[in-house]
Design a protein around this ligand. Structure first.
Ligand SMILES: [Zn+2]
Ligand SMILES: [Zn+2]
Length: 168
């Protein structure tokens, strides 16, 4: 049993369950979520329904595939079964197969609308220090991430070279 709530990605504040109603979107965030949501509006930070994403069909299939895989692996992690360690590695390690897939899919989404991939951060590492956690370097390229005006609704940092959104 995990002692924390099933909320793996403290990148965002607002998440009321109401889908994004923005008339136009400047950018998208690809972020796995329990239940199979994966696309988020960079302006309001609410989920973007797949059918309302205006992505071309093949790209949407990739997004759905990523969303399914995240959901399955997240389920294995929550079960605390013999797969828990493997699942945690897939969810939280930047170079895992799941996260490599996420970055590739976000890159393809960017062909339609700028899209960053939000890396999940492990809620079990950090403990009481959560408020002061800093991301010293991008876990993929090692460079310092920066704030981005294109993703104003989050307090996260961006590595534009790697297409990553990182929790601050
Ligand atoms: Zn929106
Ligand atoms: Zn990077």
């Amino acid at each position: 049993m995990h002692r924390f709530s099933p909320e793996p990605i403290p990148v965002t504040a607002a998440r009321s369950g109401v889908p994004c109603l923005c008339a136009s979107r400047r950018a998208l965030i690809l972020r796995g979520h329990p239940g199979g949501l994966a696309l988020w509006c960079s302006d309001c930070d609410q989920s973007v329904p797949f059918d309302d994403s205006r992505l071309p069909g093949p790209c949407l299939l990739e997004v759905r595939r990523f969303a399914r895989q995240f959901d399955h692996i997240y389920g294995l992690w929550l079960e605390s079964s013999e797969y828990e360690g493997w699942a945690a590695d897939e969810l939280f390690r930047a170079g895992s197969a799941l996260n490599r897939l996420g970055r590739v899919v976000a890159c393809h989404v960017s062909g339609t609308l700028p899209c960053l991939y939000a890396l999940a951060s492990d809620p079990t590492s950090g403990g009481d220090e959560d408020e002061t956690v800093v991301v010293p370097a991008c876990p993929v390229c090692g460079r310092a991430p920066a704030a981005s005006a294109r993703f104003p609704s989050t307090s996260a940092l961006v590595c534009s070279a790697c297409g990553l959104l990182l929790a601050r």
